[in-house]
Design a protein around this ligand. Structure first.
Ligand SMILES: *Cc1c(COP(=O)(O)O)cnc(C)c1O
Length: 365
């Protein structure tokens, strides 16, 4: 077969362990998954109502222009409808951008570690990947700017960054964008935007108005609690959207997802509740880390990366045996750490209790 050569080096995405799978293996009745930054509070009651009433139209293709969700979202964000693009998750928008821009001879700049899909798609397209190490969990924007040359097509910024939770400040972002050539496309992935409470965070809508080479990606998978529906969106200057749109599959966003996302937007009190609870949950983890003298990355997202300075796979396995699935830092490129999704108050207490007994047991040995 005449595969692209780089395909021979790529592995498919490894999904995390499912709760059913872990229940079976460890003989547990209850397993809590704090591994994929899903919303512990589920989703808005409004979404459930709207989906229940939607059972008669399964033979009809989805609206290929996402018309009604587009109208709702454009109004909500106060932008033009033509500034929006929708994806089967923001994952798909990452794929579309890569497909539209990257090819052999071009390069793309990103942090490491960051969200792995930027790199993955770039490799598929045969572009050179230029990765710049994080500094204390934050993007090294000066070094990233230095890595740009005349063949750079895309720069990926993830704010707050997955897996560290560190955001880019307004001052840092503007200084960086001022230094980037106009013909370099900057993708600002804000999958956790709605969780952010930092005062020095930028206003992405203003950024997009001012910098015509920037696209912002957001998703309904995280705070909206609609990961199962696979809906993400991007907003940018109209001309950029128009140039990506031909890559999009005709019916890429499913009908239920379009309805669910629109219902989700209409319930902002649910979003505020989740943001508040998440902040309180982060404080629980910070207090735990101080007590146990563990270093952590202060997070603006719904997860926290804690440095146990241990074999993170061992801790990962231990927590799983106690009924908590987290992400091992070894798998994320920061050995010694684990990334834990902030759960409900009780779930947080539970996973911290298990962490505590791990620490007690490792000290004993
Ligand atoms: C979860 C996540 C996404 C993907 O979200 P989907 O809309 O579910 O595809 C994108 N970027 C980052 C940084 C994420 O953490």
């Amino acid at each position: 077969m005449k595969w692209k050569e780089q395909m021979l080096t790529l592995k498919a995405y490894q999904p995390g362990r499912t709760t059913d799978d872990v229940k079976k293996e460890y003989g547990l009745k209850e397993v809590v998954k704090l591994a994929s930054n899903e919303n512990p509070f589920g989703s808005s009651e409004k979404v459930r109502e709207c989906i229940r009433s939607y059972a008669d139209s399964f033979s009809i293709y989805p609206d290929g222009y996402t018309t009604s969700l587009r109208t709702e979202l454009a109004e909500f964000l106060n932008i033009d409808e033509k500034q929006l693009i929708f994806g089967n998750g923001s994952d798909e928008i990452i794929l579309m951008i890569s497909r539209a821009m990257l090819e052999p001879g071009k390069n793309t700049v990103m942090a490491t570690p960051t969200f792995p899909q930027y790199r993955h798609n770039a490799v598929v397209e045969g572009a050179e990947v230029r990765e710049v190490e994080l500094v204390n969990g934050a993007h090294d924007l000066d070094k990233m700017a230095d890595a740009i040359d005349e063949n750079t097509a895309i720069v990926w910024l993830c704010s707050p960054n997955n897996p560290t939770g560190i955001h880019i400040t307004d001052t840092q972002l503007r200084a960086f964008l001022d230094s980037v050539p106009d013909d370099v496309f900057v993708v600002l992935d804000e999958a956790y935007y709605e969780y952010v409470t930092a005062d020095d965070y930028y206003d992405a809508l203003e950024i997009v108005k001012q910098y015509k080479n920037v696209i912002v990606l957001r998703t309904f998978s995280k705070i909206y609690g609609l990961a199962a529906f696979r809906v993400g969106y991007g907003f940018a200057d109209e001309s950029l959207i128009a140039q990506i749109d031909p890559v999009r599959e005709p019916f890429n966003v499913n009908s239920l997802g379009q309805k669910a996302a629109a219902a989700g937007i209409s319930d902002q009190s649910f979003i505020e509740m989740c943001r508040t609870e998440n902040k309180a949950g982060l404080e629980q983890f910070y207090a735990f880390c101080r007590e146990e003298k563990l270093e952590y990355y202060p997070s603006e997202a719904n997860f926290i990366l804690i440095d146990f300075k241990c074999d993170s796979n061992e801790l990962f396995e231990y927590l799983m045996s106690k009924g908590y699935i987290v992400r091992s830092g070894a798998a994320l490129g920061i050995p010694g750490t684990v990334r834990v999704t902030v759960g409900s108050k009780e779930q947080n207490e539970g996973v911290m209790k298990a962490m505590k007994s791990f620490l007690a047991e490792t000290v004993k040995r």
